[in-house]
Write a protein that binds this ligand. Structure first.
Ligand code: PSU
Ligand code: MN
Length: 304
């Protein structure tokens, strides 16, 4: 066990007994949503996972410790701290841990810590990807590299159109990451169920997802599996409307010279501001939907 890792006792016991566990990220809490909706959502997501028969493990860095499984107080603390907490990607880990600092884990670091702890399935909202204009900015999320090398199944609602979705799929293909569509042939685009782009395989049940993950392990393959789960139809947004908002947000980011790790949080906050909260509701609902599917898949995996 990694000397800097603290697995919460309930999570450790479930892992040791082969019971279902689902990892959750914390950047979505600190940087992805405003307080108090972020804390309410994080706690509600944990509840959904429990109701589906799995143990939730929200992941973060607290006081230089890599935490797999947070208390409600720790979730409240991260939510209140918000943007003051460092958004921690792979490149931040050594310095934050050495300094005994806090960090909110992105998809990248949540995958890393989940893997250290022995957790196989992780639910989130959207992953990072290749940004529009990456051919000149080289802004490509570390999430894609991590998916290429760390063996965790990530359940998301696709990726936002703040990214270049065709290039994101190309990158995943190059790194050997299977992109599965849950009950769909099309890559979902976070706020909308469709993108006009195809996933690699359509999968219709949690049992089949679990079987693919099991086979991935038996084959000894490195790298993750990306499950893309469309937002429920009743919460999905109008594509033309949301894409116009995203275009406006990107234009503002470019004007202000936003770059590096600030880009994604800036765009997410801008979209929320312009849509007056509608996008926040959609965001919350799709995270719930992903948590449920991840928990069902973890349960199915434990029964194989
Ligand atoms: N996309 C979203 N919501 C999020 C993020 C991305 O729709 O909350 C967060 C996740 O933590 C993701 C990170 O791992 O942003 C990616 O940041 P970057 O693009 O800087 O790699
Ligand atoms: Mn980036």
């Amino acid at each position: 066990m990694n000397q800097y890792l603290d697995v919460n006792p309930e999570v450790a016991q479930a892992i040791a007994q082969g019971r279902p566990v689902v990892a959750l990220e914390s950047t979505i809490i600190s940087h992805g949503m405003p307080y108090p909706q972020n804390v309410e959502t994080a706690l509600a997501v944990e509840k959904i996972i429990r109701e589906a028969g799995a143990v939730p493990a929200t992941i973060a860095i607290l006081g230089g410790r890599l935490k797999a499984g947070l208390t409600a107080e720790e979730i409240e603390y991260l939510g209140k701290q918000g943007q003051k907490v460092t958004k921690a990607s792979r490149r931040d880990l050594s310095a934050l841990v050495a300094r005994g600092a806090d960090g909110a884990t992105t998809v990248t670091t949540t995958m890393m810590i989940a893997h250290m702890a022995g957790i196989k399935i992780f639910a989130t909202g959207g992953i990072g990807g290749v940004h529009r204009g990456a051919e000149t900015t080289m802004d490509i999320s570390a999430d894609l590299e991590e998916l290429g090398q760390t063996d965790v199944m990530v359940v998301c609602a696709g990726a936002k159109a703040i990214l270049d979705l065709p290039l994101t799929l190309e990158y995943l293909e190059t790194h050997g990451v299977p992109v599965l569509g849950y009950q769909t042939e099309e890559l979902p685009a976070f706020y909308t169920r469709t993108s006009g782009l195809s996933v690699d395989y359509r999968v219709d049940t949690p049992q089949e997802l679990a079987q693919i993950l099991k086979t991935h392990h038996q084959l000894g393959l490195k790298g993750g599996i990306l499950v893309t789960n469309p937002i429920p139809a009743e919460y999905s947004m109008d594509a033309a409307e949301i894409n116009a908002v995203i275009d406006q947000a990107i234009a503002e980011a470019n004007q202000l010279g936003i770059h590096g790790k600030e880009t994604t949080p800036f765009l997410l906050a801008k979209v929320k501001e312009i849509t007056g909260g509608d996008s926040l509701q959609a965001n919350i609902r799709l995270v719930f939907n992903n948590a449920r599917l991840a928990a069902q898949t973890a349960v199915a995996y434990s029964e194989l």
